[in-house]
Design a protein around this ligand. Sequence first.
Ligand code: NAP
Length: 406
Amino acid sequence: MRIFALGGYGKVGLPASRLLAQSDMVTEIAIAGRSLDRAERAAKGIGEKAIAVQADAADERKLTALMSGYDIIMNAAYDNLVLPSIRAAISNKAHYCDANVVVEEASQLSADAASAGISSIVATGVSPNISNLMGVYVARQLEEVEQLQLGRADIYNFQNGDELTPLQWLEEPQQSLAALRGFRQFIIWVLGVIQKNGLRTVRSFNDGRWVEADAFGTGMDVPLTDGSTMTLYPYSVGDPLFPSIPSDLSIASPVEIMFSPFPHQLNDLLREYSLRVAEGNMDPEKATNSFFDTVESDPPRWLAFTDDFPPIPKMWLRAVGRTKGRPARCSCWLTAHMWNVGGYFLTSVALAAAVSIILRGEIRERGVIAAETAFEPLPFFDEVVSLIPDPPPEGKLIDKSFEWLE
Ligand SMILES: NC(=O)c1ccc[n+]([C@@H]2O[C@H](COP(=O)([O-])OP(=O)(O)OC[C@H]3O[C@@H](n4cnc5c(N)ncnc54)[C@H](OP(=O)(O)O)[C@@H]3O)[C@@H](O)[C@H]2O)c1
């Protein structure tokens, strides 16, 4: 089978291409992007199945010609290239898969994709896709779902794809400070979302009824990776940043709750600035500058860890609702091991898993399909685990708990 990897030397594309090249099913993988030099270096690193192709997806006619003869187009480039790439895939009757967040517009090409006999699966990756499938999984454990809640503690350096994990990075204050600076854009971005959308409440069952709880102010009882729970304090509670929680599976719209992987005192400082932004008293850039100024004034104080730092999951999903007439909640979370598997890499793995499943002919549906509809949660998680070079113990991507609320 032949794969055309658009953006195949990017942060998401290169690891995905490497994983796919290891599969016996794959005979050729074209590493494509605007830079022939980068494509050639990447192809050389991958090995003999890889070839370098210079391609600018903005030129749809040329792109369509270049993709001729491939079995699947894996698009690891940007959102603006989704529609031209799907159209090129349709013209070539090649399947298609991406990790972007262009679902609605892409769906308008569904009838054409179905007529061409192709499966075009959009929005794979960690979030959306793995987060969505975790949402589908917990929602299915209850008969009626009041709300789906996504909690996350990951934080990214957009430039290099690094992720700040709770314990790996923040060990020595000066080193920690240098690491922290790489996450500035992420913090500005989340504070910008708070400025735009404000903070939201979450649905909770208290004193025999469903209420709207202020998780930002009072904290939230969240699952830890060891299966226990603990009250943690988010620095944002809002609408999902990406379409990363299925919106159609619960009565109340889904909510995304951001926790930080920071030591307690640093998390509290971030929350303080986050609140000022939410109240309209500071803009995101100024709040982020002040946050960093404060940390830089006394790194040992702000960056030191205490021994009781909890094993928080980087991502968890919870459905709250009712089953057998009783209020209940079901939570699932990425296992502790998944902190060792960076989020960007996990996106590459999820993309490669999706391509593998399509190439094996296991997706019968034709048209443009969102990943959460195309895949079954647990088999998809197994596929992901099978591709992780250092797989989690017991082969589990997620753990779960079910609790009655009264
Ligand atoms: N679903 C998830 O969980 C998730 C997580 C992370 C990222 N993502 C998404 O994944 C996508 C890739 O992110 P990334 O961080 O890997 O970006 P990146 O490192 O910048 O890689 C993008 C790749 O696309 C290529 N590209 C860009 N414009 C192109 C064009 N006009 N024609 C051909 N190739 C082009 C780039 O090469 P040239 O610029 O040299 O052409 C590069 O190889 C983004 O849309 C991002 O939002 C999704």
